[in-house]
Design a protein around this ligand. Structure first.
Ligand code: ZN
Length: 363
């Protein structure tokens, strides 16, 4: 049973007052074109005239439709190349590159935390970090949020077999590539940003500039491929996932994270929901459309990872967007209550969480 079936009576009044009704935002419109996930051409308008309310880099407005068949969301028409060029101008993953010296942490609490975290990292992922205490294995099991953040930084990797290879698509600041390398993986990466590609190459990493197809010469060569907040940025998600399937060895795994268009956050914040991010997010998935996209790409076995953790940040960021574009904002208590309500809902019904996070296996 989905919790959404009993929404909004199951949540406190303070949450309901902050939520927009979807029906006022939505009207049915027929147009010609096809869903990037299932190929059907009937769709419903979800939000009209979305603007770049995250980085304000691209002028213009875009309509987001919901496919009447698979329920994925997609911008139609898709933004053109010139618009996307502008949209990514202020999208500086290279401003926070990981290829530099680590900042020193001085406080005693930070040092203890670090030693505990390292104890868990070394035990779980096979890193050799110092200082470390084995006590961390025990402590992190008592503090699931702490453990969860570390697991996420390593994208739930298994211990690598001898010579195991990993490809990160859209490696951005490179922090995950370095973590995986430290855990014993032979890492490769691909990104469209020339600055981060240059920095990673200077650090001696095997990276290429472009999309996943630039590794097409290495079919069947990877044990793990990761796509963290990438699939929503591409106009052809099924093609990208199919390529990932081809590049994996049999038994290999695809790790993927993306905003969830069926989330309660979207129901509450409507067009101000941080996950929309027009015009950079071209296609948005729910569990149903994601399952379909994976099946069409050759992935049959899928394990979903519960991601209640992102709720608080999603509420904060969505509130900020609402304030910036003059749509008002919730008070601190109201947003805390909303975050707690969404968090509880996401725990009960993961299909309504803010993010979809999964591991898909190649047969
Ligand atoms: Zn569809």
């Amino acid at each position: 049973l989905s919790l959404f079936a009993v929404w909004p009576s199951a949540v406190p009044l303070v949450l309901r007052s902050g939520c927009l009704s979807m029906s006022t935002e939505k009207s049915v419109r027929e147009a010609v074109g096809s869903c990037p996930v299932c190929g059907m051409d009937s769709r419903e308008l979800l939000f009209e005239a979305l603007i770049d309310n995250v980085s304000f880099a691209a002028p213009g407005a875009w309509d987001l439709y919901s496919c009447a068949n698979c329920r994925c969301g997609y911008l139609y028409p898709m933004p053109d190349a010139r618009t996307l060029d502008l949209a990514y101008k202020n999208y500086h993953t290279h401003d926070r590159s990981s290829f530099g010296p680590e900042p020193l942490r001085r406080s005693l609490a930070a040092k203890i935390r670090r030693a505990l975290g390292n104890g868990y990292r070394n035990w779980r992922f096979g890193t050799q970090r110092r200082p470390a205490t084995r006590l961390g294995v025990f402590v992190t099991h008592l503090a699931p949020a702490f453990r969860h953040n570390i697991d996420l930084a390593f994208r739930h990797l298994p211990r690598p077999a001898q010579g195991a290879r990993l490809l990160d698509v859209g490696f951005g600041d490179g922090s995950f590539l370095l973590n995986a390398q430290e855990a014993g993986w032979h890492v490769a990466g691909v990104d469209t940003d020339p600055v981060v590609v240059g920095a990673a190459q200077a650090a001696g990493l095997d990276v290429r500039r472009g999309g996943i197809e630039s590794f097409f010469d290495q079919q069947g060569r990877f044990d793990v491929i990761t796509l963290s907040h990438v699939i929503e940025h591409v106009p052809n998600p099924v093609e990208v996932l199919s390529t990932a399937n081809r590049l994996l060895k049999p038994g290999g795994r695809l790790w993927l994270a993306t905003p969830n268009i069926d989330s309660l956050g979207l129901r509450c914040f409507g067009r101000h929901w941080r996950g929309l991010e027009a015009p950079r997010h071209l296609v948005l998935f729910g569990i149903n459309s994601m399952r379909l996209a994976l099946a069409r790409s050759g992935f049959r076995r899928v394990r979903y990872i519960p991601r209640a953790d992102a709720t608080r940040e999603m509420v904060r960021a969505s509130n900020e967007i609402r304030r910036k574009v003059g749509g008002g904002q919730s008070g601190i208590m109201a947003s805390r209550a909303m975050a707690l309500g969404l968090l509880a809902a996401a725990r009960v019904s993961p299909s309504r969480a803010e993010f979809i996070n999964l591991i898909a296996f190649k047969d």
